[in-house]
Design a protein around this ligand. Structure first.
Ligand SMILES: O=C(O)CCC(=O)C(=O)O
Ligand SMILES: [Fe+2]
Length: 242
């Protein structure tokens, strides 16, 4: 596909994007945005005023429209560059069973759309500890990846309540892709990214969304050397104050 064209080819319905290997429910769409859109977003992120960045020890992040305070969001719109094209395109995707009612992935969230975006920048070798996203959000996360590929690990808790350090599944997120995780994946499982310089042993057997990757995508020797990868995570914060 010509990824520099003005509009990407999206699946007719979200069902075509379902990752069947995972518990309900997850969806993956490669080339959800174009190369031009990716470039523009990276420029917007890079040109944000310096105080917008929160520097953690190993990665940095931006929060739009603002940080949560006691799990609450102060009512404010997202900037237009975070709304268009991503939110409009996201809300245009429907599940087949719901086409009649025109219900998209945020249909049963309180605000019927994402109202909050976290931007995380991961240099090579840096990831994020396995965690759950918690009670502040409706249990739907839409993640758009920029710049480079990375593996997201899904972990289960062991019976005694400790984390199983070996991921149960891996999801490969390519640049310009959209990943949606919901339901049990949000509430019962943890997700994280390894602190490694390359993702290895990538294959149909080890990557849950292998069949949904970009046609012709190649991971030489099953390896993905890490480069700086930026993610936009869209969520609906349950509690909003004016
Ligand atoms: O960068 C990602 O894809 C995951 C980010 C994440 O888990 C979070 O911000 O809670
Ligand atoms: Fe998270």
């Amino acid at each position: 596909m010509d990824t520099s064209s003005s509009r990407p080819l999206l699946p007719q319905s979200l069902d075509e994007a379902r990752i069947f290997q995972l518990p309900r429910a997850a969806f993956y769409i490669s080339e959800f945005i174009t190369e031009d859109e990716e470039k523009l977003l990276l420029e917007k992120i890079a040109s944000a005023p310096k105080p917008r960045w929160k520097q953690l020890t190993r990665r940095r992040l931006q929060t739009w429209p603002s940080d949560l305070i006691n799990n609450k969001l102060v009512d404010a719109p997202l900037p237009s560059w975070l709304e268009e094209p991503i939110v409009t395109r996201l809300l245009s995707l429907h599940l087949k069973e719901d086409v009649a009612s025109q219900s998209h992935i945020f249909w049963d969230s309180p605000h019927k759309r994402p109202n909050h975006v976290l931007i995380n920048e991961y240099p090579p070798g840096i990831g994020i500890m396995p965690h759950k996203d918690g009670a502040a959000y409706h249990p739907v996360v839409a993640t758009v990846s920029l710049g480079a590929s990375i593996c997201l690990n899904i972990h289960e808790m062991k019976e005694e309540g400790t984390l199983n350090r070996t991921p149960t599944w891996r999801i490969l997120q390519e640049p310009r892709s959209l990943l949606i995780t919901t339901s049990d994946l949000y509430t019962d499982y943890l997700h994280g990214i390894d602190d490694i310089m390359e993702d290895i042993e990538l294959s149909e057997q080890t990557v849950a969304n292998w069949s949904l990757l970009q046609p012709g995508s190649t991971f030489h020797d099953g390896k993905n050397p890490r480069q700086t990868r930026t993610s936009l995570t869209y969520r609906d914060v349950l509690s909003v104050s004016s």
